[in-house]
Write a protein that binds this ligand. Structure first.
Ligand code: MRU
Length: 346
């Protein structure tokens, strides 16, 4: 996500067309950015936050005296895009605070400030990804690692090198032999379309399996760790991530494989005590009934299509975060990571 060369539109790689086509979209209105989020042209919790920040800044360009009302309607436009990922709401709260601190300023001044803030959101996410990588690489066996992952929690899903894939990229940088087993992530196939694509481009060996093959692959042996990303982490460590994650956590426990969740502080939601409070997005039945315009099920068959599931904290070995590795009990560590720092104190 970034600005187009002329600086008047948002440029975004259309992930819904990968791996067949690499198309950079030129989005000229906030509503187009919101649509891109809804239709998974940009996806992955941190990347959604970054895109929304750019979308709000874009929508505010040209704002006049009525900017406070306009800003509120932009914030609610983006709040209505996807409900589960915490990062989106964290970013919108941040942009709202920028506006609140500028009462009395002109529309163009606020628009400029929001543009700067959007760039900060992206830069800070890139730094957070790097820190996750630094913390995570220490958990991988230095003689060589095989990491099983789900969905896409790599560079495509963030403003940097990714969350779950950050330790993989850092291991590679440091000459540690590392390979990835990627689950395809039905129904939208972020694993096969995106994770396999970005790892192959980076020269990281990757083997694709269907989601149902994960147990068989673990039983064969040699998986060093399961590392996944997160869309929202409750105060007790309950983690919403791409549907299928919970089953992987159960399988990992059965096979004695460490199960790590890699995420920045911006994914943690201390206002939700446990997994029961996390709203899981349900998406259109068409995603399950077929793919790429072709049907894979009888038309009209009943479908349940939750985009995420919740992994309980007792199945998680540790969180790999931008504030370091957090081990059980998770509540104190997550609290310290995500609580706003009181900078007025020495
Ligand atoms: O529906 P998506 O593709 O937005 O879901 C993405 C995931 O579940 C990722 O694992 C999660 O956002 C972590 S991304 C760093």
């Amino acid at each position: 996500v970034g600005w187009t060369e002329d600086g008047v539109a948002v440029a975004l790689l259309d992930q819904s067309r990968l791996p067949l086509e690499e198309v950079i979209l030129r989005l000229e209105a906030a509503a187009e950015v919101a649509e891109a989020i809804r239709s998974l042209r940009v996806r992955g919790a941190p990347a959604i936050g970054v895109a929304a920040a750019y979308g709000v800044a874009l929508g505010m360009s040209g704002a006049g005296d009525g900017w406070p009302t306009h800003l509120q309607s932009l914030l609610s436009l983006f709040r209505g895009t996807r409900p589960t990922g915490r990062n989106l709401f964290q970013v919108l709260e941040r942009l709202e605070a920028v506006g609140a601190a500028m009462a009395g300023a002109s529309g163009p001044e606020v628009a400029r400030a929001l543009r700067t803030e959007a760039e900060r959101v992206r830069e800070e996410d890139a730094v957070a990804c790097r820190s996750i990588g630094e913390a995570g690489v220490k958990l991988l066996p230095p003689e060589g690692a095989v990491v099983l992952t789900h969905c896409n929690a790599g560079a495509l899903a963030t403003g940097g090198v990714g969350t779950a894939l950050a330790p993989v990229y850092l291991a590679r940088e440091r000459g540690i032999p590392v390979e990835v087993v990627a689950c395809e992530a039905r129904p939208v196939l972020q694993g096969s379309r995106l994770t396999a694509w970005e790892l192959m481009r980076a020269g990281v060996p990757v083997t694709l399996i269907t989601d149902g093959m994960a147990g068989a692959r673990m039983a064969v042996g040699g998986i060093s760790a399961v590392v996944v990303g997160a869309d929202r982490i409750a105060a007790d460590g309950s983690t919403a991530n791409k549907v299928g994650t919970y089953a992987l956590a159960l399988l990992a426990r059965e096979h004695g494989i460490p199960f790590y969740v890699a995420a920045p502080a911006t994914t943690v939601d201390l206002s939700i005590p446990d997994g029961r409070g996390i709203r899981v997005e349900e998406r259109a039945p068409a995603e399950v009934r077929g793919f790429g315009g072709g049907g894979t099920a009888p038309p009209g068959v009943a479908v349940w299509n939750p985009a995420f599931d919740i992994t309980p904290p007792e199945l998680i070995t540790a969180f790999i975060t931008d504030g370091g590795v957090i081990r059980p009990p998770f509540a104190p560590g997550l609290h310290a990571l995500a609580s706003p720092v009181d900078r007025s104190r020495p």
